[in-house]
Design a protein around this ligand. Structure first.
Ligand code: ADP
Ligand code: MG
Length: 636
């Protein structure tokens, strides 16, 4: 990716180049004409010093007035002035020069990462073309801001425009590029009836969309909010660095002071030579007293790890979750919508003393207010018009089914345990699949009306997702489902899960996850949030399916997969491990180099040049290393 420097950065680059040239020329002159008197040299070197350092000195002075003595600019100012005092003029200029090189580098790196996250977040729609019907019955298009569009409005989206709100296509065929959200680069074809997601790009055709929610609840608004808040959730590593920096600088500065003063007290308090030697060594300390390499590179690593993940359609709500995920060893899945597609086909209808059409009618009416994948499929299979006026008082019985009043009578639609609960004389079906039983309860008596057989398919990526998790070192994969044992067993066998538990109510799922966690497993739970939001919140890390998932899921999850593809879980783990690895590398490397310079400096082996190079070199290498978090290969 190209990065264009800002004007300020360009100006700094010019100052750096001019100073570096002057420094080289003057140093050569100083070496060749060794008899130039020192006041002349001082004036000579003050020229590049002022060019490169005026702002550092000014800020340092302002900070002294405000009592902020340990600010890095103040330290650099003292180190350089000290170098002038001990007659090391080129070194004095170099201290500030390299400090500025480091600062510039850092500002470019941060800017670049921000920009790419922002580019990725370039999904905020600016306007919507709203259809308004005038008094004469004419339809007119009006450009309004997405916030002004009410639920159920019709908007027009032209080729090349961002889809401003979530909704359903009512007219027109097109293809949509979802790459900004899901990382999927192939366009998806859309026809009337398909769901479009805000923040994606309409490519080929003009289409009309009926909005399904207001802007503030749209996918795009929720994602933007999530990304904007992600930096508030700091990782332990970041907090450690902040605490460390708090102590490191004062300790090194005090050590520098002692080093400058104590040895001359014993070795000759009146000897100028002794003083200049030890003050020189102390200056080396001041140069490396700034923990910049850590303070900059650790948050930058997390930031670019989160940025890299979001390019893949994996939204991570904060650095702390990235850190937690890197330690995961157990992944627990919900079945429906997570490992399976969650779009059930109605295979057969087995009525009991009523017609098939009537049975389907009752089931669809009872399900008409539910967002459970089974409900959605039954309603879809119904085709005809649903008169919702016939439906009163609907209750979802999580993990079992629904109960509704239709035409004044109570109906129960759900699984075997639900039938037992109302005492209906139900029976198993010889067909395989999820069986939806229907019972009518009137006057304290329940009547079994038959069942509908629906079947779900395993997602094509599920088997690979489990295999990949094994490869990244996840030792245990578990499926939790409210469905029957038989189906759970088939699915678990097909995709090679280590364990499965069937016939669970939502509360049982929470218990299972708690049990795993109590045994010390770092547990990830992956679900779609349809009645499993409590589990998402309980697990060490909750991962939600974003596209088909409910709002509750996206709220309670720590990580959201935009395209519902379970393969992304292993990818997220890989990103998190790589980021943590890089963070550790940076910490060890920076502290190691600084430690060595401190020791060599105290012994008089390291001079200012080494200190300056070492310090800025570490900063630059650490930054470059951090940026590696942005790119994830499939190998590590
Ligand atoms: P999963 O654990 O696979 O996500 P749920 O906990 O949502 O499944 O549901 C468990 C079982 O309860 C389903 O397999 C189904 O038999 C029944 N059930 C749940 N909700 C409904 C519904 N709205 N209509 C019919 N049956 C339902
Ligand atoms: Mg579920």
């Amino acid at each position: 990716m190209k990065y264009k420097m800002t004007r300020k950065q360009k100006k700094m680059l010019r100052r750096i180049l001019i100073t570096a040239s002057l420094l080289v020329v003057f140093t050569i002159i100083k070496v060749i004409f060794s008899q130039i008197p020192w006041p002349v040299l001082l004036v000579m070197f003050l020229i590049p010093y002022v060019i490169i350092g005026y702002d550092v000195i000014r800020t340092a002075a302002i900070n002294i007035i405000h009592g902020q003595l340990l600010d890095e600019k103040f330290l650099m100012a003292i180190a350089s002035i000290g170098a002038f005092a001990t007659g090391e003029f080129p070194e004095a200029v170099a201290v500030i020069l390299f400090f500025q090189v480091g600062e510039l580098f850092q500002s470019i790196a941060v800017g670049r990462t921000r920009k790419s996250v922002a580019a990725l977040m370039d999904i905020r729609p600016d306007y919507a073309n709203l259809i308004v019907t005038g008094e004469d019955g004419q339809e007119n298009e009006e450009t309004v801001s997405p916030e002004e569009v009410a639920v159920g409005s019709i908007i027009v989206i032209k080729p090349g425009e961002k889809i401003p709100l979530d909704g359903i296509i009512t007219e027109g065929n097109t293809s949509v590029n979802t790459s900004a959200l899901t990382g999927e680069s192939l366009p998806q074809d859309m026809v009337p009836g398909d769901k479009v997601i805000s923040g994606t790009l309409n490519l080929t055709g003009v289409c009309k969309v009926r909005t399904s929610g207001v802007y503030s609840e749209s996918t795009v608004a929720r994602i933007l909010e999530l990304v904007e808040n992600s930096s508030e959730n700091k990782a332990q590593a970041e907090n450690f660095i902040t605490r460390f920096a708090h102590w490191y600088t004062p300790v090194v500065v005090i050590a520098a002071l002692l080093l400058a003063v104590v040895p001359p007290l014993f070795l000759g308090i009146t000897n100028g030579e002794v003083w200049s030697t030890w003050v020189g060594r102390a200056l080396v300390f001041l140069v490396v007293s700034c923990p910049c390499a850590l303070v900059v590179s650790v948050p930058l690593s997390f930031f670019s790890g989160i940025g890299g993940a979001s390019r893949e359609g994996i939204l991570i709500k904060g650095a702390n979750y990235l850190e937690e995920l890197s330690k995961a060893d157990t992944v627990v899945f919900d079945k429906t919508g997570t490992l399976t597609k969650g779009s059930f086909a109605v295979d057969d209808i087995h009525p009991n003393e009523i017609t098939s059409a009537d049975l389907l009618d009752i089931a669809a009416l009872a399900e008409s207010y539910s967002s459970h994948p089974i409900a959605v499929s039954v309603i879809q299979a119904h085709h005809g018009h649903l008169d919702k006026n016939r439906v009163g008082d609907v209750r979802e019985i999580a993990g079992k089914g629904v109960c509704a009043v239709i035409d004044g009578d109570d109906y129960y639609v759900g699984n075997g345990p639900l039938m037992d609960e109302v005492g209906a004389a139900w029976h198993e079906c010889h067909l395989t699949g999820t069986i939806i039983h229907v019972a009518k309860v009137a006057g304290g008596k329940s009547e079994y009306l038959g069942h509908i057989i629906v079947n779900d398919e395993i997602k094509t990526e599920s088997a690979k997702a489990i295999e990949d998790l094994g490869k990244v070192g996840i030792t245990r994969t578990v499926m939790l489902t409210g469905d029957k044992e038989e189906i759970a067993k088939t699915v678990a066998g097909k995709i090679k899960l280590t364990d499965y538990f069937a016939q669970l109510l939502p509360a049982d799922k929470v218990e299972r996850v708690k049990e795993l966690m109590a045994k010390g497993a770092k547990t990830v739970f992956v679900g779609d949030g349809i009645n499993d939001a409590p589990v998402l919140a309980t697990a060490d890390i909750g991962i939600a399916m974003g596209a088909m998932g409910s709002d509750a899921a996206i709220e309670s999850a720590d990580i959201v997969l935009m395209d519902d593809n379970p393969v992304k879980i292993a990818k997220a783990v890989r990103i998190s491990r790589k980021t943590m690895m890089i963070v550790k590398e940076n910490i060890i490397f920076s502290l190691g180099v600084k430690g060595v310079i401190l020791i060599l400096g105290a012994l008089g082996i390291a001079n200012m040049w080494l200190a300056v190079f070492g310090d800025v070199g570490v900063l630059i290498l650490a930054i470059v290393n951090s940026l590696r978090c942005f790119r994830i290969s499939d190998k590590n």
